[in-house]
Design a protein around this ligand. Structure first.
Ligand SMILES: [Zn+2]
Length: 413
C-alpha cells in the first residue's frame, strides 16, 4: 500500500502535464474559415446553385455550425457573386469569401444532317447535306458554323480532294462565351471510271510513258493513281538510290513496264560515241536486274531518236545507235503524243490535260510522253483526268510489251 501511493501520484502528475500540453496545442493552432469546394466556383446560367457552406475546425473541435453566410447567387443573370462566411467568438472574428461566377458553360449542340461518310466522284461538286447548331443562351447559331477541310495535303489542282483518298471536313461553332462544339464528316473520293467499266472500241490504245524517274514525291502519286484506275503504264527510268529501289520494285510488282532511259541522261557523255551509250545501257540493265530480278529490254533515247543535239558530240551516232539497239535484241520507243510537261515546271494541269486530249487519236496506239520528276508534280495532278478521259472515250490503256508496235521518230543524225 505504501509503495502504490507514490506511483499513483506520479501517474496523476503525468496526466495533468499532458492535459496542459493538449490545451496549449489546441489554442496555438490557428482557427480558419474555409469555403467547402473552393473560393472560386463557376456555374452555368439557369443552373441550380447549392452553396456548400464553409468549415472551421481546430484539431477535434468543429465550429462549422456557428458560421453565418451572407450573399446570394442569381443564376439567371451572368456575373460574379460573392458569398461571405463569418465566424464570431473564439478570439478574433474570422471571415472568408467565395466568388461564384455565373456564365454560359455549355457548348452549342452541333448536328450534321446526312451521312457521316460521303462517297464522292472525282471532280464532282461537293454538296453540303447541311447542319444545325443551337445554343442554350444564344439560340440558333447555325449561321456561325464554319467548315474546313482538315487534311489538305492531297488536294489536286482544282483544290478538290485527290482520287482514292479520305478527307475530313471539320465543322465548328463557338457561342458568345467561347464554348466550342465540333463535328466531323468524312469524304471518300472515288474515280468516276475504272478499267472494268470502260468500253474500249478495240483499236484505240494509250501507252502512258513516264521518263526520268523514279522521283521522291511524284512516282508514288502516279503509281497510286494508276492503281486506283487499274491502268498499266511504262516508266523509262534513270539512275536511282536506295529509296529508288523500292519505287522501281513497286512499278514491277504492280504490273507496269520498267524500261531504260540511261543512268546519267547526260547528252555529252552518252552521245560522244555509240559505245559510250551502249555501255551505260548495259550497266543500267544489269543494275535493274540485280536490284529487282527484272531485265528491261526497252529503252528511250534522252531527247528521242530524232534529237539533233547528239550531232554536237558525234556525227551519225543516232543512226548507229538505232541499229545497235535492234542488233542486241532490244527495242527503243519514241512517242506520238506529247503531254507538254517538258516545256516547263509546274505547267498548268489544265494545259497538260488539254494537250493530251488534243494529241491522242482513235485507231492507233498512242505513246504519250510524260515525266516523273518532282518538278513535274502537275503531271501527277492532271493524270486522273487524262485517264478518265481515255476510259470514257473508247481507249484502252496498256503498258509497252513485245506486242506493242514501236513508235520511231525519223533519225536526224
Ligand atoms: Zn528524259
Amino acid at each position: 500500500m505504501r509503495r502504490i501511493l507514490p506511483d499513483l501520484l506520479s501517474v496523476a502528475a503525468v496526466c495533468v502535464i499532458a492535459a496542459l500540453l493538449a490545451v496549449i496545442i489546441v489554442f496555438a493552432t490557428p482557427l480558419q474559415v474555409i469555403p467547402v469546394g473552393g473560393d472560386a466556383v463557376t456555374v452555368g446560367i439557369n443552373s441550380t446553385y447549392l452553396d456548400e457552406g464553409a468549415e472551421a475546425k481546430r484539431i477535434v473541435f468543429d465550429y462549422s455550425d456557428e458560421i453565418t453566410a451572407q450573399g446570394s447567387v442569381n443564376t439567371a443573370v451572368p456575373g460574379d457573386y460573392e458569398i461571405t462566411y463569418t465566424l464570431n467568438g473564439h478570439g478574433k472574428t474570422k471571415t472568408a469569401v467565395r466568388t461564384v461566377t455565373v456564365k454560359d458553360i455549355t457548348a452549342p449542340r452541333l448536328t450534321l444532317k446526312g451521312d457521316k461518310l460521303i462517297e464522292m466522284d472525282y471532280l464532282s461538286e461537293y454538296e453540303e447535306p447541311g447542319f444545325e447548331a443551337a445554343d442554350d443562351i444564344d439560340g440558333d447559331v447555325t449561321a456561325s458554323v464554319s467548315r474546313v477541310l482538315t487534311d489538305v495535303s492531297d488536294v489536286d489542282e482544282t483544290g478538290a480532294p485527290a482520287v482514292g483518298k479520305y478527307y475530313t471536313y471539320t465543322y465548328s461553332v463557338t457561342d458568345k462565351t467561347g464554348n466550342t462544339a465540333e463535328a466531323t464528316r468524312t469524304l471518300h473520293v472515288n474515280h468516276a471510271f475504272s478499267a472494268e467499266d470502260a468500253k474500249p472500241d478495240g483499236n484505240s490504245f494509250i501507252c502512258l510513258t513516264f521518263d526520268d524517274g523514279p522521283s521522291t514525291e511524284v512516282t508514288d502519286k502516279i503509281l497510286d493513281t494508276l492503281s486506283i484506275y487499274g491502268v498499266k503504264a511504262t516508266f523509262f527510268i534513270c539512275d536511282y538510290g536506295e529509296e529508288g529501289v523500292k519505287k522501281v520494285k513497286r512499278m514491277i510488282d504492280e504490273g507496269h513496264t520498267v524500261a531504260m532511259h540511261t543512268l546519267s541522261h547526260d547528252y555529252s557523255r552518252l552521245y560522244s560515241s555509240a559505245d559510250n551509250f551502249m555501255s551505260e545501257i548495259h550497266r543500267q540493265q544489269e543494275k535493274i536486274r540485280s536490284d529487282t530480278g527484272y531485265k528491261p529490254m526497252y529503252l528511250r533515247f534522252p531527247g528521242g531518236s530524232s534529237n539533233t543535239i547528239s550531232a554536237d558530240y558525234c556525227d551519225g551516232v543516232m543512226t548507229a545507235l538505232t541499229e545497235k539497239v535492234h542488233a542486241e535484241g532490244m527495242e527503243y520507243f519514241d512517242w506520238n503524243a506529247d503531254s507538254g510537261d517538258a516545256r516547263g515546271n509546274g505547267v498548268d494541269p489544265d494545259t497538260l490535260y488539254q494537250n493530251f486530249v488534243n494529241e491522242i487519236e482513235h485507231g492507233r496506239t498512242n505513246i504519250v510522253l510524260m515525266h516523273d520528276t518532282d518538278a513535274k508534280y502537275t503531271t501527277a495532278e492532271a493524270l486522273p483526268r487524262m485517264i478518265e478521259y481515255g476510259l470514257s472515250n473508247g481507249y484502252e490503256f496498256t503498258c509497252i510489251t513485245d506486242s506493242t508496235t514501236p513508235v520511231h521518230h525519223s533519225v536526224n543524225n
